[in-house]
Design a protein around this ligand. Sequence first.
Ligand SMILES: Cc1cc2nc3c(=O)[nH]c(=O)nc-3n(C[C@H](O)[C@H](O)[C@H](O)COP(=O)(O)OP(=O)(O)OC[C@H]3O[C@@H](n4cnc5c(N)ncnc54)[C@H](O)[C@@H]3O)c2cc1C
Length: 598
Amino acid sequence: MSDVLIPARELNFLLWNWLDAEALLDRPGQESHDRETVDAVLNLSASLADRLFLPHFKDADRHEPWVDADGQVHVLPAIAEALREYASLGLPGAGFSPELGGMGLPALIVSASLAQFMAASLATAAYPMLTMGNARLLATFGNAAQIAAFARPQIEGSALGTMCLSEPQAGSGLGDVRTRATADGDDALGRRFRLTGNKMWISGGDHDITRDIVHLVLAKIPADDGALPEGTRGISLFVVPKWLPGGGERNDVSGAGLNHKMGYRGTSNCLLNLGEGRHQPMGAPGAVGWLVGEEGQGLQLMFQMMNEARINVGLGAAAAAYRGYRHALGYARERLQGRPLAKGGSDGGPVPIIEHPDVQRMLLTQKAYAEGALALVLYCAKLVDEEKADPAGAELLALLTPVAKSWPSEWGVAANDLAIQVHGGYGYTRDFDVEQLYRDNRLNPIHEGTTGIQALDLLGRKVLRGDGAGMAELGDRIIRTASRAEGHPALAEWESALLQAWDELQETIAVFRSADPVRVLANATAFLRGFGHLVVAWLWLDMAVTAIAVEADDPDLAAGKQRACRYFFECELPNALVWLSFSRSLSDVAAEVPTTIF
Ligand SMILES: Cc1cc2nc3c(=O)[nH]c(=O)nc-3n(C[C@H](O)[C@H](O)[C@H](O)COP(=O)(O)OP(=O)(O)OC[C@H]3O[C@@H](n4cnc5c(N)ncnc54)[C@H](O)[C@@H]3O)c2cc1C
């Protein structure tokens, strides 16, 4: 097994020691799973990721998807081969109920499994990641016929899915989508429509991995005078397959071109044309689609898939950061260069660079970012498992979702940047994997809502609006961690630092409540940074307490967690206080800039 994926020892600590996954397996509906079956799934995931995903990591970057003369997109055959085996093992259905053809595993376990595939090849893992979200949305909001026709094939692995939100003129501002849907009668699948428009940036929008592709498309239904409804409330959701059910007829949805990306290249990324008349399903042009849910509910329903995708973007960012760290660690143990500071450079020849304090700093930073990011996302996956039974946990999940998306993305890229630095000049070449990990990971702060949009969501919607239940739950859990740390002298310092940071966060929010909302939101990204670092500091302290319990079994792991916790509190948490204080100052330095100065 390659040592660049996430070690079983790490996942065991997170799942069984820290997050108490066993308690999830004791719940109703989990009778057929126990620790042994879950370990089998996780071992299988690690070995499949190693055997079939990791080997094509570089080839998928070198040989981008391409379009043939008929307009069909092709991807590297090794990607299709890996995903076929992934499907044959039932993994696309791991998180779905047995009634839907799945294994019924908790989201936490599914995330831990997916993380290995993401570490091996982020681009290949993107196909099942999107497919699971698509199928889950249909399983939640589709009618029985739609579930049978479109969700089941994705769960069984014979079709892949997409999310079609963005358009050339509508990215962050989805209220401006212009794809239109006109009524075309009713049939067994529900209300049928014909869609025309252009969707931009669609990951997995076309490929030859599976014959069918299930698109979930946001579009607007025009009024009688042809005008499209304004804003996000006018958006509806449609399921638009590449092939009409029954298999015979090609739908009028086609790839109009591929985007050539910096990284993440194995995932085809398409401009899709709907209703351009290239195909004539049921004898007429126009992409055939069926309404999911009610008219005007589109964005609201799509939020289920977006929230899942946001957590999974964070998971991918954490996995890429983790793998970069593993590469840097391996390299630092082997690369001989320089003499130890203490020995005055006079004896013994060059030493492994891992012995230099500055290299240790870079490794420890990566460890704190990568393991902290993975912990954050798995913590949120557990909240997904608990949300139905625990309303306060559900509020916390909503609060943390923009953090789970953006913190791993921002700091995962920073970790990959350091992995390159540890490799010196070699890291800057394509002969080593770390430059590709950096390029792959650089997408994550952009798609599924940019970091700036996550900041507005966190501060504008989650913190300042609503009844504060998510914040109250976060405060309770932080206090619980602080009291867990209380009895341990080595952790007492961090316990008080965490509580002080929490007080500063409260103070910041109190200032925001009586300030000009425009100025408040202008400082949202500094707030997100401070908030994110505080949350990860909390999780580091919580893990450090748990690590005490595993000291006897695995002293190196325990010491590693405690050192990374200390690093986070000494070197990272102080930044959170600076960012919070800056956001609280309601500075106009970058808020009301005359655009003529640029
Ligand atoms: C490789 C890739 C894969 C993708 N996959 C998919 C997919 O499968 N399906 C899909 O639907 N979309 C997909 N996207 C689209 C992605 O979600 C958008 O690129 C993203 O939401 C940003 O939209 P935009 O590119 O139009 O940038 P813009 O919205 O034009 O944003 C440009 C900049 O302005 C900032 N900005 C914009 N509005 C505001 C605001 N109100 N306040 C503050 N700052 C703002 C943004 O933060 C950003 O920094 C993908 C994109 C890429 C690059």
